[in-house]
Every structure is written in structure tokens, then in C-alpha cells.
Write a protein that binds this ligand. Structure first.
Ligand SMILES: Nc1ncnc2c1ncn2[C@@H]1O[C@H](COP(=O)(O)OP(=O)(O)OP(=O)(O)O)[C@@H](O)[C@H]1O
Length: 331
């Protein structure tokens, strides 16, 4: 769905010194339906990469393909059309402050030339989706950060995009609100299968929502793969640092912990039944990061909940599974 081939991006210098190389030899393929995370420190090149994907910037060389169109070569009219199929949410929401919640979401539908009836129906469906129907006539200044981001998400989805780009979408939010926004993005992905590309500097965000991840540093992709694999075997020092970041967060938060675990079952169906009953009873959220019903294949779960409760679910896994290996978080 999104394919970057041999990308180089150089900016002319701002002060007359050497040009700035923002991206070097970037190759990236994001398949339809994936949630893909790009993580990197400040200046790594994440925003530049995102701007290439929605055609706000052109690469100095290489190709950017989105939904089988070479974005970097489209004329203005075709690019505008292609952009309506790319929704984007921003760190600072970028809402229209003089318009209500309803009008913010309606705006991109008006621009796309939809009829009044279509707009009414779509806006109401979207506000219902993001849980903001009761705030439809409020102005952005009257909303909390999480509510503003919900408006941003509704607006991004207005034209039924095929791709959703999230630009540090939770970086301005507190941890609790971050969790609720990530949950909303997960639900939307589950219901629509929309291809989602998320850039962040927080490994906990990647761990909580992404299936695949690319780590960027100095304009290059230094490591990429399945999130579970990258967590298990980070090879580059920068990746190791990001993985440690989530472990430290877990230690810092004594009440809620997350643990990624590989498990192989003899009889998946009966093990899963017991596991889901026990985890519901203990308030532990189990998220499947990878797995298949083939008995020979291992599953990767992310267990999230109170420290004691997660430890109990881990004990249960060790008891019922043929093989259990904790790859991140509490043992
Ligand atoms: N318009 C521009 N003109 C000149 N240099 C730029 C421009 N935009 C970005 N850069 C440079 O390109 C490099 C990559 O920047 P980019 O904003 O893509 O990184 P980032 O990973 O998104 O960082 P941050 O999280 O701080 O935004 C940096 O060295 C930055 O200074």
C-alpha cells in the first residue's frame, strides 16, 4: 500500500552552509492493512518521511508509491485527489478554532463537494465512532486534549481514506489519554483494516499498537521488522535504547505492567478458553501480536494489567503451554 524505494531527501541549508541530508537510502514497504510504526529520536527524519508519503514534499531521488500511485510524480490535481485518500492526524491537532466540533469534521467533506445530506450522515457516524456526539456543538477551546485528538481522528477518517498517517498523535497527551486514543486507533483499525503509519519517539506507543516497526536514526532506517522480533532481539544500540525505555517505564509504574511473551500450546482452543477467562477475571488485557491456529506455531501476546495479575497469567501460561518465553517486561 505504501512503498518507498531508494529515497534520498536533501534540504538546501538554511544558513548558507552545507545542504542537510534528511533521508538516505530509505526503502520501506507497508502492506495493506498493517499498523506500521516509525520510531526515531528528534531529527531522525520521521516527519520528512511522513511528508513524502502525503506528497507535501518530493524526494530528491527515489520513488514514493501510495495505493499504486507514484505520489512523487502526480500533477497538482491528481495529488489533491490522492490526498483525500490519505487521512492524517497531528500532534497538535490542527483544528479550526473558530468552528465547532461538528463543523471541523464537516469541513473536509464540504471541500470534497459532498451534499448536505451526506455530510450530516457521515459527521454523525464519525462523531458517534469517536465518542463525541455530545460535544458536537462545542468549540475546540472547550475540549480536553484527548477530545481534540478524537476530533482530529474523526476529521481524518471523513473521506474514507485508505491510509491513516499519525504524526506523533499522542505526544501532547498524558499517559491515560494516550492509552484511550491508542485504544480508539486499535478499534478503528480492527473495524476498518485501514493501513496505518504512525511516527513516534515513544517505544511504548509502538509496542502497544504496531505490528511492524522501522527504527530511524540519522536519516536512515537502521532496523526493521515485526515488533515482537525487534523487542526480542534489538541489534542496533539506538533500538536497544528504545527497548530499554519501555522496560524503565514499566519499572517506574508499579501498578500497570506490560509483558510480551512467546507461547506454544499443545491444544490452543482449550488453553485459550482458560486464559481468556482468567485474564478477564484479573483485569489483564491480552493482545495478540502474532500467531496462527496452526498447532506448530508460536503465539506472541502482550499482557497488560496490574503487576500481580500479569504475573499470575504468566504462571498460568507456564503451566498450560508447551513452551513459554518472556521477551520483554516482567518475568
Ligand atoms: N524544511 C527543512 N529545511 C532544512 N532542513 C530541514 C527541513 N526539514 C527538516 N530538516 C532537517 O532534516 C532532518 C530531519 O528532520 P525531521 O523533522 O524529518 O526529523 P524528525 O525525526 O521528524 O524530528 P522531530 O521529531 O524533531 O521533528 C533534521 O536535521 C532537520 O533539521
Amino acid at each position: 500500500m505504501i512503498h518507498l524505494k531508494g529515497i534520498e531527501k536533501t534540504y538546501p541549508s538554511r544558513s548558507g552552509s552545507n545542504p542537510v541530508s534528511a533521508l538516505t537510502e530509505v526503502d520501506l514497504e507497508i502492506k495493506a492493512g498493517e499498523i506500521y510504526g516509525i520510531i526515531g529520536r528528534s531529527g531522525a527524519g520521521k516527519s520528512t518521511l511522513l511528508r513524502l508519503v502525503n506528497g507535501l514534499e518530493a524526494p530528491s531521488s527515489g520513488e514514493v508509491w501510495v495505493d499504486e500511485k507514484e505520489i512523487s510524480r502526480l500533477g497538482e490535481k491528481d495529488l489533491r485527489l490522492a490526498r483525500t485518500k490519505i487521512g492524517i492526524i497531528f500532534q497538535h491537532f490542527n483544528l479550526l478554532w473558530s468552528r465547532t466540533v461538528w463543523e471541523n469534521v464537516a469541513f473536509s467533506l464540504e471541500v470534497a463537494g459532498k451534499s448536505k445530506g451526506e455530510i450530516r450522515e457521515k459527521v454523525s457516524e464519525l462523531l458517534e465512532r469517536v465518542g463525541l456526539m455530545d460535544r458536537a456543538h462545542a468549540y475546540p477551546s472547550q475540549l480536553s486534549g484527548g477530545q481534540k485528538q478524537r476530533v482530529g481522528i474523526a476529521r481524518a477518517l471523513a473521506n474514507n481514506p485508505k491510509v491513516l498517517l499519525c504524526d506523533e498523535a499522542t505526544s501532547a497527551l498524558d499517559p491515560e489519554t494516550t492509552a484511550s486514543i491508542l485504544q480508539l486507533l486499535r478499534d478503528i483499525h480492527r473495524d476498518t483494516g485501514i493501513t496505518t503509519l504512525l511516527i513516534t519517539h515513544e517505544m511504548s506507543v509502538v509496542k502497544s499498537i504496531c505490528q511492524q516497526v522501522a527504527v530511524m536514526d540519522g536519516g536512515r532506517i537502521i532496523e526493521q521488522g515485526r515488533v515482537a522480533d525487534v523487542f526480542k532481539n534489538p541489534t542496533h544500540p539506538v533500538t536497544k535504547q528504545f527497548v530499554r525505555q519501555t522496560e524503565n517505564e514499566e519499572v517506574a509504574d508499579a501498578d500497570t505492567v506490560g509483558t510480551v511473551v512467546h507461547v506454544r500450546f499443545r491444544d490452543f482452543a482449550s488453553a485459550w478458553k482458560r486464559l481468556s477467562e482468567e485474564s478477564t477475571a484479573r483485569g489483564v488485557h491480552i493482545r495478540v501480536l502474532a500467531g496462527s491456529i496452526k498447532p506448530s506455531e508460536a503465539w506472541t501476546f502482550d499482557l497488560e494489567g496490574g503487576r500481580e495479575n500479569v504475573a499470575q497469567i504468566l504462571d498460568l501460561l507456564k503451566e498450560t503451554a508447551v513452551e513459554t518465553e518472556v521477551i520483554a517486561g516482567v518475568q
